[in-house]
Design a protein around this ligand. Structure first.
Ligand SMILES: Nc1ncnc2c1ncn2[C@@H]1O[C@H](COP(=O)(O)OP(=O)(O)OP(=O)(O)O)[C@@H](O)[C@H]1O
Length: 612
């Protein structure tokens, strides 16, 4: 349901909103290219001043023509004619300079557009590297990131273009004002005052559009999400088979209809008032027109002056309307920059840990009374958990869906921090570790591992940036991860492009992707801790058993933690932990847990029965 519109009465502060981010936009352009910004400023100044000069030259041309006409039968005829021609030539020269400055403006804008778009995109992506997982999982924040990315290449420059356009028109208007002053100060005031109402109305309605746009961002987000569902390959299967297409399309159109109705109302009101108040300007313009004509007929101004004033009037009016359009567009560009800077200025927690060698060698991992609550959640996902995992230990985590297994891994890998208690690795609190060093000691595969749309080799190399392009490391990892056999059967072996995004890409089966992901884990030979969060669910039981025996072969003195719902695999672990609602319900070896005859034994027997 759409909430009632937030449109309120016009305030001057709303008008100022249009310029709120202009300083940042200029700084951004300045830091992108000082040379281009300076050239753009000079060209804008010329393009602003020259129209007034052209109007003045127009007056000299007409006056010199009139005087040459009067002198045509005297001996000064030729001199007067030459003067008139000189003025025409002068005007032609100024026109050439004006055209050149307009061209320079357009060239600068094109060059800046490319550079600025790249700069803003890099700023956004650099910032993304500093964000925590919880920030990525925060829907509003994620929305800011996507919106910032979507329009990064156009908005900042659009604001700059409008700002410079406004500057150019303002310079023109001031110069026209100075010219008009000579005719009549009163006329100048009348024209100025008559343009104020339409100016206020434009600012008010643009402000309304700006707030409307910001306020209904959730609906816009929903629309974008539906668009993605309807037009992406990863959702196409379900959308087709469940025949969801029409339902989703209907929802998409309904949202559009609601937004459209609001836009329509605003557009109608805006244009009605724009027209009504604009008439005041036209009335003032034509009254002054009559005034100028009478003054010319009565001889108080020359024919040339009349031409100049009328030209200045006409151009002044179009400068005013161009300024109004620029201001209304600036609200929208400001909205974008508001989102961009909100995103870029988002505080990131500085990690101060520097430890690269743990205090107690070979102490393994310890959870000390660890509790954890997801941001925004009311309940604890992990509750007062104590645990010691020794080097060389093969630990299996089991438990119902939602019991907290993956969360425990996220805490262990420092993707989240405990809300209470601490986790140590080799005796040192994770908070005190130098995080890149700590992460180098780990090799992790989550159930929702990445399927990179890269070549096979790079998909393996992604597990270790130092080996990203190392073909011998790729094949070694593939051997260990049991993916070598099927990779060698692919058309281009390790060079085969994977996925459907790029031309010639080959799609793999679920189990094959999992084998690739598992091999990725083996490309990090120095990892002291291997974690497998259910990455074998799509494999057949034989392949899973093989993987785990490989894991045991290669991880003798290292910790291996795996989550699996398959008890045939779980039973091979030295130590099994059964999690329930974020606490350890029972733990021990397979035999010990069977002897305990509680949850584990029950689940094991249940599954074993299924195989009989
Ligand atoms: N990012 C998140 N934000 C808030 N709550 C979350 C988040 N991720 C998981 N949860 C909640 O935490 C609880 C534990 O989830 P977790 O993924 O750790 O379970 P799991 O034991 O790994 O389950 P499964 O066997 O289904 O993979 C669930 O109730 C889930 O709803």
């Amino acid at each position: 349901m759409l909430k009632p519109s937030p449109i309120k009465t016009f305030k001057i502060s709303q008008f100022i909103e249009a310029f709120a981010y202009s300083r940042q936009a200029i700084e951004l352009v300045w830091s992108t290219s000082r040379k281009l910004t300076i050239v753009l400023m000079i060209a804008t100044l010329c393009a602003g001043l020259l129209p007034a000069l052209i109007a003045i030259l127009g007056q000299y041309i007409v006056d010199s023509v009139v005087s040459a006409h009067e002198l045509r039968l005297t001996e000064d005829a030729e001199k007067a004619q030459t003067t008139a021609i000189y003025w025409v030539l002068a005007e032609a020269c100024v026109i050439v300079v004006l055209a050149a400055s307009q061209r320079v403006i357009s060239v600068c804008q094109s060059l800046l557009r490319a550079q600025l778009g790249e700069k803003v995109n890099v700023l956004i992506l650099e910032k993304a590297q500093t964000l925590s997982l919880s920030q990525f999982e925060d829907s509003e924040f994620y929305d800011k990131l996507t919106r910032a990315r979507r329009e990064a290449s156009v908005r900042p420059l659009a604001l700059i273009n409008k700002l410079f356009g406004l500057l150019q028109n303002s310079i023109s208007l001031i110069s026209y004002g100075i010219i008009l002053w000579h005719f009549s100060f009163v006329a100048l005031i009348i024209l100025f005052i008559s343009s104020i109402p339409v100016f206020i109305s434009e600012a008010k309605f643009s402000g309304d559009a700006f707030r409307l746009f910001r306020w209904r961002s959730p609906e816009t987000r929903q629309k974008i999400y539906l668009e993605t569902l309807l037009a992406r390959e990863d959702s196409a299967k379900e959308v087709k088979l469940f025949q969801l297409g029409n339902t989703l399309l209907k929802r998409y159109q309904d949202i559009f209809q609601k937004l459209y109705e609001e836009d329509k109302k605003l557009t109608l009101r805006r244009d009605f008032w724009g027209w009504a108040l604009g008439n005041l300007g036209t009335l003032a313009f034509y009254s002054t027109y009559v005034w100028i004509i009478i003054a010319t007929i009565q001889g108080s101004i020359s024919l040339g002056e009349m031409t100049m004033y009328l030209l200045v009037f006409k151009q002044g009016q179009s400068a005013i309307s161009a300024s109004l359009t620029a201001i209304s567009g600036m609200y929208e560009d400001n909205l974008y920059l508001h989102t961009l800077y909100e995103y870029l200025n988002q505080p990131v927690e500085k990690h101060l840990g520097t430890t690269t060698i743990g205090e107690i060698a070979n102490d393994g991992i310890r959870f000390h009374d660890v509790s954890f609550q997801y941001p925004g959640s009311e309940i604890k996902t992990i509750k007062n958990l104590n645990l010691h995992i020794k080097p060389g230990q093969k630990l299996a985590l089991v438990g119902e869906n939602g019991s907290g297994k993956t969360t425990l891994i996220k805490l262990l890998t420092y993707l989240y921090k405990p809300t209470h208690g601490k986790i140590t690795f080799d005796g040192t609190d994770l908070n005190d570790w130098h995080i890149p060093t700590l992460h180098k000691k780990m090799s992790v595969i989550f159930q929702d591992f990445m399927k990179y749309q890269f070549i096979v080799g790079e998909n393996l190399g992604a597990g270790n940036v130092d080996k990203f392009n190392d073909a011998s490391a790729w094949s070694d990892a593939a051997e260990k991860g049991l993916s070598a056999a099927f990779i060698n059967n692919l058309s281009d072996g390790y060079e085969t492009q994977l996925g459907r995004w790029f031309k010639g890409g080959q799609e793999l089966s679920g189990g094959q992707w999992q084998k690739i992901a598992l091999s990725r884990m083996f490309i990090r030979p120095d990892a002291e801790l291997l974690i497998l969060d259910e990455p074998t669910s799509a494999m057949d039981a034989k392949a899973e058993a093989e993987i785990f025996s490989q894991l045991t072969n290669y991880t003798e003195d290292r910790i291996a933690i795996f989550i699996s719902h398959r008890f045939s695999t779980v039973r091979t672990a030295d130590h099994i932990i059964v999690l329930k609602d974020g606490t350890i319900e029972e733990q021990g070896s397979h035999e010990q847990l069977l002897a305990l005859n509680k949850t584990y034994a029950h689940l094991f027997k249940l599954q074993a029965k299924g195989y009989q």
